[in-house]
Write a protein that binds this ligand. Structure first.
Ligand code: FAD
Length: 394
């Protein structure tokens, strides 16, 4: 384990099973061999490396039998594996980890937590095998942080169908998705419900957002829904109000806490590699005291973010975790990640602003992670409400 996780100074990986470690190694090999060589080029072109990414399904990342040993009946691998999977993905590239999270985190959890048994049976296996690519349509052009009260997309029941009208913005992977869970307000009772819209449905159009300076490989869609019809059987039965959306976000926000940990690890690894190779004043940068102090701080952030991630994963596994647990973890880990990627850029000097040293990509991408899945402020307000008993959102 020490060899596989040299950054894991407090042995958080000890709870992983042999089977989980095998799959994590498969994922690592795939990322190192197939993805790492193409990420910078695609980041620059603002294109997702679909061709190379196809191989992800073969790693068994979501559904390998090795992940389900001793977990009979479970639909998801263990939360500890999930945390380490995000570390693995995000330490290579935040766009890949984000593409994974909209599919394997947001979409998959929406089906598992919001669907009936029949709906889970219909969708979950095909998402887990990547036969169908999924996304998550909650945010709107005029409603981000205030989505709970503001959500304006409407759904109207007409016979045995629903008719959806509205717009969604920032939806990762939307333009290529086969399965688009869309949150809309029922015109009859005013409650937020979730509808599985199929890619290519009449009335559905997706335009990718241009000119992003973060997560450039991910295509974020601006979706327009004009009288899009969804059969009643594709309305997720267990989403009947924002409390159910919050139940989904509580879990997916934990994923982003892990993703931020992965970026913290990735930036630290990239900085260490650089300082061991670069000479100044006739010796390696790694031999200077001030440089060592900086990487020691980065490593402290690695440990702190891992500690949040792993304890949160333990609580999730036991089924005892609250909205404020994932809000605080996301808030903390994104803050520490943001600080760490900036230090990573700093220790690489001028070369730190080129894609070759990897830290520039982490530095730019960190801004998106800081703001999505609940901004810093919104997560702080969830924690603030827990601490003070006062909801300060409005
Ligand atoms: P706003 O809500 O307009 O906030 C702007 C600023 O004001 C922020 O700093 C915010 O914290 C602050 N603010 C707002 N209200 C308060 C308040 N009450 N008190 C204090 N400060 C406040 N959404 C999806 O549904 N699916 C996706 O796949 C998806 N992917 C995304 C990918 C990227 C790269 C990005 C950038 C966003 C993505 N989002 C997605 C949307 C994301 O969740 C929102 O951007 C986020 O919730 C913030 O909303 P907003 O951008 O509208 O900012």
């Amino acid at each position: 384990l020490k060899e596989m996780y040299p950054f894991d100074m407090y042995a958080f990986a000890n709870g992983l099973t042999e089977g989980e470690l095998t799959v994590l190694q498969n994922v690592r090999n795939f990322l190192e061999n197939d993805m790492k060589p193409v990420v910078n080029e695609h980041w620059e072109k603002a294109e997702f490396p679909f061709e190379a990414f196809k191989g992800i399904a073969e790693t068994g990342i979501m559904n390998s039998p090795l992940l389900f040993e001793g977990r009979e009946g479970a639909r998801k691998p263990s939360e500890l594996y999930n945390a380490f999977l995000y570390f693995e993905l995000a330490k290579v590239d935040a766009s890949l980890a984000t593409f994974y999270t909209v599919h394997g985190g947001l979409c998959y959890n929406t089906i598992l937590l919001g669907g009936s048994e029949a709906q889970i049976e219909k969708y979950a296996p095909k998402i887990a095998s990547w036969e169908w690519q999924g996304c998550f349509g909650l945010t709107e052009p005029d409603h981000g942080s205030d989505i709970a009260g503001g959500l304006a997309t409407t759904a109207e029941k007409v016979g045995d169908k629903w008719v959806i009208n509205g717009e969604k913005r920032w939806i990762g992977g939307a333009s290529t998705a086969d399965v688009l869970p869309i949150f809309a307000r029922d015109k009859a009772d005013g409650k937020i419900k979730c509808f599985i819209v199929k890619g290519g449905s009449p009335g559905l159009s997706v335009e990718n957002i241009k000119h992003k300076v973060a997560l450039r490989q991910v295509q974020n869609g601006h979706i327009t829904l004009e009288n899009v019809e969804v059969p009643d059987e594709d309305r997720l039965e267990n989403v009947n109000g924002f409390k159910d959306v919050a139940r989904i976000l509580r879990s997916t926000r934990a994923d982003i806490a892990h993703l931020a940990t992965g970026m913290t690890i990735g930036a630290t690894e990239a900085a260490l590699k650089y300082i061991k190779e670069r000479d100044q004043f006739g010796r390696k940068l790694s031999g200077f005291q001030l440089v060592q102090e900086k990487v020691a701080r980065m490593q402290a952030n690695v440990v702190a973010t891992m500690a949040y991630s792993i304890q949160l994963a333990n609580m999730q596994e036991q089924g005892h975790f609250l909205e404020e647990n994932s809000a605080l973890a996301k808030m903390h880990n994104a803050m520490r990640m943001r600080e760490t990627v900036a230090w990573g850029r700093e220790v690489c000097g001028g070369n730190g602003i080129t894609l070759e040293t990897d830290v520039a990509r982490f530095f730019a991408d960190g801004e998106a992670i800081y703001s999505y899945e609940g901004t810093h402020e919104i997560n702080a307000l969830i924690v603030g409400r827990f601490l003070t008993g006062v909801g300060a959102f409005v």
